[in-house]
Design a protein around this ligand. Structure first.
Ligand code: DGJ
Length: 513
C-alpha cells in the first residue's frame, strides 16, 4: 500500500489519498497547548471530539518538549497521541511547532532560546532584536532540520503501516510582525545581493530585491528566506518519511502592510516565491478568522494550490463554509480552530481576551460557538455520506455549491444543463449558519439539493416557452451516496422550498409543461 500522498485524480483535482483511497479531511485543530499533557488528552480532549463526525484531527508537536536537552529526543507525547488517535478512529495531521509559531520563536527549546549569540534574532531597522530567530541563521535551521527529521523517523518507525499520521504542517504562521524584513547584519548583506538564481529563473529576470520588487522587496526577501529554511527542514524530513507537507499562512489583511501581518509568510502575493524556494510543500493553507472566509477560499484555491484549511472560525457559519469548501473548492481539509471548545456550553466558554484577538487580528465573533456543535456534526456527517457522489461529480458542472460571500451578497445563480438554480440567502444572524447550497444534477431533470439557511428556486433557460415545475419533491437523507427518501412534499410544503438552521437534503424531480 502507498503512503499518504497528495496527487491529481483522473480529472486533475489535487486529492489526498490514504491507503490509496481519496480522503476528505473533516477535521478540527485543537488549541495550542492541548497536546502537551497526556492526561489532559484523555480527560478533556478526546471526549470533546466524539460525536462531531470528524475523521481527522490537527494537533501540535512541540520542539521544546521533544528536545528539552540538546540532541536527546523524547517522543513520549507523539507516541501517545498516535496511539490514542488510533483508538478514537481519527487520522492525524501534526503541526511542527519548531523555529516559528505565529511569527515568533515560542516553541524552540530553552537551550536555543538562551543562546542568542549562536542562534541570532531578527532585528528591526532600529536594531531592536525581536523574539523571532532569523531564517538566515543557518545554525538554528540546521537544529530544527535535525529535530524534524528525527520526528519523521519516529513516525515512520511506528506508523508506516497504519498511517494514522497523514499530513504534516511545517512550522506555524511564519513571518515577521512589526517590520517588513530582518535588518540584522547578515540579512542586510543578503538583501543587497541579486535574488537567488532559482528565483530569477522562475521570474525570467534578475536583479536585486529592490529592483525586482520595489517597495515590497522586504516581504519578498523574507518570503524567500523563510521558504528556503522550511524547504531545508521539510525536504530532510520527507527523505526520512515521505508524508505530504504544507505551510500555513496568517492572512494578509487590514491594514495590509507587511509587518501588520507576518511579512514573509505564504500569502497569495508571495506564493510564487515560496513555490520556487520550497518545492517539497504541496500547499499553502489559509488560517481564516476574517468575516469574508469565502473570498479567502476563492483566492487560495488555485490550479497550483489545492485548498487545505488548517484553521477557520468556529462559529455557526463554519458549517456553511464546509459545504462550500468541499462542494465547490475541492478542499482537501476543512478544520475549525479550537475544535474541542464545541463540547462546552457557549456561555461557559472562556473566550480569548479582546487584546489577544486584536493582536492576532481575529474577528471576535469567530470564537462564538453558539449553535456550532450540532450544526457542524450534522454537516460533517452529511459530507461523509455525500463522498461517493462528490467523487462522481466534482470537477463537473453537475456539482455546484455556493455560500453567502458578504453583507451585500444576497443570492447565487447556478447554471445547469436544462435549467438554472437561483439560491437566495437568508439573513446573516449570530449563532446561525450562513446561506449555503450544494446542488447535484443527477439528470437534467433530477436534483439533489443540500442546504443551510437559503431558498432555492429553479428557472427555465432563457427563451424556453414552457413552464418549469416540480413533479415530485422529497425530503430525506443520503446514506453512503444513496438517497433514502422521507416525506413527499407536494402540498403546502412545496410552496416553501427552504433550508433552515440545520443542514437539510431534498430530492427534486422537474418537468415542463
Ligand atoms: C492562529 C494560530 O496559527 C493558532 O496557533 C492560534 O494561535 C490561533 N491563531 C488563535 O488562537
Amino acid at each position: 500500500m502507498s503512503l499518504p500522498v497528495v496527487k491529481r485524480d483522473e480529472r486533475g483535482i489535487s486529492t489526498l489519498y490514504v491507503h490509496d483511497k481519496p480522503f476528505f479531511m473533516r477535521s478540527g485543530e485543537i488549541h495550542n497547548s492541548s497536546a502537551s499533557d497526556a492526561e489532559f488528552l484523555e480527560k478533556n480532549l478526546w471526549p470533546a471530539l466524539r460525536g462531531l463526525n470528524m475523521n481527522s484531527v490537527i494537533a501540535p508537536l512541540y520542539w521544546e518538549l521533544i528536545e528539552p536537552e540538546e540532541g536527546k529526543y523524547d517522543f513520549t507525547l507523539l507516541e501517545k497521541m498516535i496511539a490514542s488517535a488510533r483508538r478514537e478512529g481519527l487520522k492525524l495531521c501534526f503541526l511542527w511547532f519548531g523555529l516559528w509559531k505565529n511569527a515568533e520563536s515560542f516553541y524552540v527549546p530553552a537551550w536555543m532560546k538562551k543562546d542568542t549569540g549562536k542562534y541570532f534574532r531578527t532585528e528591526k531597522v532600529s536594531g531592536e532584536k525581536m523574539n523571532t530567530i532569523s531564517p538566515l541563521c543557518k545554525a538554528a535551521v540546521e537544529k530544527d532540520r535535525q529535530a524534524f527529521t528525527a520526528v519523521m523517523r519516529r513516525i515512520r518507525e511506528i506508523d508506516s503501516e497504519e498511517n494514522t499520521v497523514i499530513v504534516i504542517q511545517v512550522e506555524n504562521e511564519i513571518g515577521l510582525l512589526g517590520t517588513d524584513r530582518d535588518y540584522s547584519e547578515t540579512a542586510n548583506a543578503a538583501f543587497a545581493e541579486s535574488v537567488p538564481e532559482a528565483l530569477a529563473a522562475a521570474l525570467g529576470k534578475t536583479g536585486t530585491w529592490e529592483e525586482l520588487y520595489g517597495e515590497d522587496a522586504g516581504e519578498a526577501f523574507m518570503a524567500w528566506y523563510f521558504a528556503s529554511a522550511v524547504e531545508t527542514i521539510a525536504a530532510s524530513g520527507k527523505a526520512e518519511y515521505d508524508l505530504p507537507c504544507y505551510a500555513n499562512a496568517w492572512l494578509r489583511q487590514s491594514p495590509w502592510f507587511p509587518g501588520s501581518y507576518p511579512s514573509g509568510g505564504p500569502v497569495e502575493r508571495v506564493q510564487h516565491i515560496w513555490r520556487a524556494a520550497a518545492p517539497s510543500l504541496f500547499a499553502f493553507g489559509p488560517d481564516i478568522y476574517v468575516p469574508y472566509c469565502a473570498d479567502v477560499m476563492d483566492s487560495f484555491a488555485t490550479e497550483e494550490n489545492p485548498l487545505f484549511i488548517p484553521e477557520i472560525r468556529k462559529d455557526a457559519v463554519a458549517s456553511s463554509y464546509a459545504l462550500y469548501a468541499f462542494g465547490q473548492k475541492n478542499a482537501i481539509c476543512f478544520s475549525p480552530f479550537g475544535i474541542e471548545d464545541l463540547a462546552l456550553d457557549p456561555d461557559q466558554l472562556d473566550k480569548p481576551p479582546m487584546d489577544l484577538m486584536i493582536a492576532l487580528n481575529i474577528d471576535p465573533s469567530a470564537f462564538d460557538i453558539t449553535g456550532s456543535k450540532e450544526c457542524l456534526a450534522a454537516t460533517y456527517d452529511l459530507l461523509k455520506q455525500l463522498e461517493p457522489l462528490m467523487l462522481r461529480y466534482r470537477g463537473t458542472k453537475s456539482q455546484q455549491a455556493c455560500v453567502r460571500h458578504g453583507e451585500c451578497d444576497y443570492s447565487a445563480f447556478l447554471r445547469f444543463t436544462e435549467c438554472d438554480l437561483a439560491v437566495s440567502y437568508g439573513p446573516r444572524m449570530s449563532g446561525k449558519p450562513l446561506g449555503a447550497c450544494l446542488a447535484f444534477e443527477l439528470t437534467p431533470e433530477k436534483f439533489l439539493l443540500i442546504g443551510l439557511n437559503c431558498t432555492p428556486a429553479f428557472h427555465n433557460k432563457p427563451g424556453v416557452n414552457k413552464k418549469l415545475d416540480m413533479l415530485r419533491m422529497e425530503d430525506g437523507r443520503v446514506v453512503n451516496g444513496e438517497w433514502v427518501s422521507g416525506r413527499v412534499l407536494n402540498g403546502d410544503e412545496k410552496m416553501n422550498l427552504r433550508f433552515g438552521d440545520m443542514p437539510g437534503a431534498l430530492m427534486v424531480d422537474l418537468y415542463q409543461y
